[in-house]
Design a binder for this molecule. Structure first.
Ligand SMILES: [Zn+2]
Length: 447
């Protein structure tokens, strides 16, 4: 399936395969007569870009590069507002509406960084463009493919160009030397600056695959069992990102559970609630498939008792030192949204699978923030109780072409899937939907 990258032929082949399996098992189409829930993926490709100062053209990749998120636009400024890295307070008090701001001091960007905070402050002040002097970014961004499922934004960020010292000097001359040594003042310079970005946007499509097993007396209530079937695709024709564990292991578990529940139904022991088997795409790009499903649910979320989500359950975490490495699973999120989750999960495991349930990733101080990193989070955000099942495989094979099927521990994979199955059986058949008694926080406050 060519690594199943979202909005490629490989992903569509994988979707067709999952659909054929759902059909064969007798599941009903989960989206108004279709097994697939399509959503648009918008893909930008850069046509050309330019940066000129007073008529002098600079070279892409040597003196500047653009941010992958830049919008196609031609902007001409006759003034530039200079700010050094300690000028945050001066910028707060300045009028920056529609201005081009030059930031010196090699400010770096990243999650929770000073640079990112500074940029969002400039956006809230209405700056139209930002030139950020930082050599580290010059080669990194220019040709990166940019995709999104949200073509329309709440607000447009300032056009961001990463530039070399030479560009800065062409605007502010030798003041550059003072600007880099931590001045707190801001200063306006006269210069004609052209920023040009030309892009085309292609509209592609991707899909989630949904199969429904109708319930009996509680069929208007639902249980979702989910996993993402997309992965990172291929590079050229020789390098394939197989994603056997991530998340082939979860996808085949969903198929096997569908098979088991369908068999039970055929034997007159079908679930009371309807079960929604959901194979998401777009997970690797930013949880797109589950974002789309929870934004356009084909079955009401307030009637969805829970989402049991699986992302990687076929491998052994080499860094887990305590306990039996061939008999564990990380259980994530059963302490949030609903106090019923933990009790049911523990009871089913005690009765049947007898795995070591490891709650390491429930620690709010855990740096991996696993709770926020797979498709279940979009359900939790919308109030649906979730449990996430995970093997902790973040070693050398994670998101590498070496995540291959020969490295899967199939006995352990089966056992973990059986725990999800027993838990699902309980949730689909108990008298009451899970209560929603624990408000979800975003987890950042505690860190
Ligand atoms: Zn994954």
């Amino acid at each position: 399936m060519e690594g199943r990258e979202t909005a490629t032929a490989g992903q569509r082949k994988a979707a067709a395969y999952i659909e054929s399996q759902f059909k064969q098992l007798g599941l009903l189409p989960g989206n108004n007569g279709s097994y697939q829930l399509y959503y648009n993926v918008y893909q930008d490709s850069l046509i050309s870009t330019a940066l000129e100062v007073n008529g002098q053209a600079f070279q892409l990749g040597k003196d500047f590069t653009i941010n992958a998120n830049d919008i196609p636009a031609t902007m001409r400024f006759s003034e530039v507002v200079l700010a050094g890295q300690n000028a945050t307070d001066s910028l707060k008090n300045a009028n920056l509406a529609g201005k081009l701001v030059l930031l010196t001091g090699n400010i770096s960007l990243g999650r929770n960084s000073k640079g990112t905070a500074l940029l969002s402050m400039l956006q809230s002040k209405g700056a139209a463009g930002v030139l950020l002097v930082n050599n580290n970014y010059l080669r990194s961004f220019a040709n990166r493919r940019q995709q999104t499922i949200n073509l329309f934004k709440k607000s447009i960020a300032p056009q961001l160009f990463f530039v070399s010292e030479a560009v800065a000097r062409s605007i502010i001359g030798n003041d550059y030397d003072n600007a880099t040594s931590g001045t707190t003042a801001i200063k306006t310079y006269t210069a004609d600056v052209l920023l040009d970005v030309k892009k085309t946007t292609k509209t592609l499509q991707s899909s989630d695959v949904i199969g429904l097993l109708p319930g009996t007396d509680l069929k208007d209530q639902y249980l979702v069992i989910s996993a993402h079937y997309d992965h990172l695709g291929k590079r050229g024709d020789s390098v394939i990102y197989y994603g056997a564990d991530d998340d082939g292991s979860g996808t085949v578990s969903v198929l096997e559970m569908a098979k088991a529940f369908a068999k039970a139904k055929a034997a007159g022991k079908g679930p009371r609630r309807s079960i929604v088997f959901l194979a998401n795409s777009g997970e690797e790009e930013g949880l797109w498939g589950s974002e789309y499903y929870t934004g356009h649910p084909t079955f009401p979320l307030d009637k969805t008792t829970a989402d049991l989500n699986i992302d990687m359950i076929g491998r052994i975490d080499a860094s887990r030192k305590q306990g039996d490495s061939t008999n564990y699973v990380y259980v994530v999120g059963d302490d949030k949204v609903s106090s019923d989750l933990h009790m049911i999960s523990e009871a089913e495991n005690k009765k049947y699978t007898k795995l070591e349930l490891d709650y390491k990733f429930n620690d709010p101080n855990d740096m991996q923030r696993i709770y926020y990193r797979s498709d279940h989070y979009n359900f939790a955000k919308n109030g649906v109780p979730i449990i996430f099942y995970y093997d902790g495989m973040l070693g050398a094979d994670y998101h590498k072409p070496t995540d291959t099927p020969d490295k899967i521990n199939y006995n352990l994979l089966a056992k973990r899937a059986q725990l999800v199955f027993y838990t699902a059986w309980n949730m689909a058949n108990r008298n009451d939907m899970l209560k929603r008694d624990i408000p979800l926080t975003d987890g950042t406050a505690s860190r």
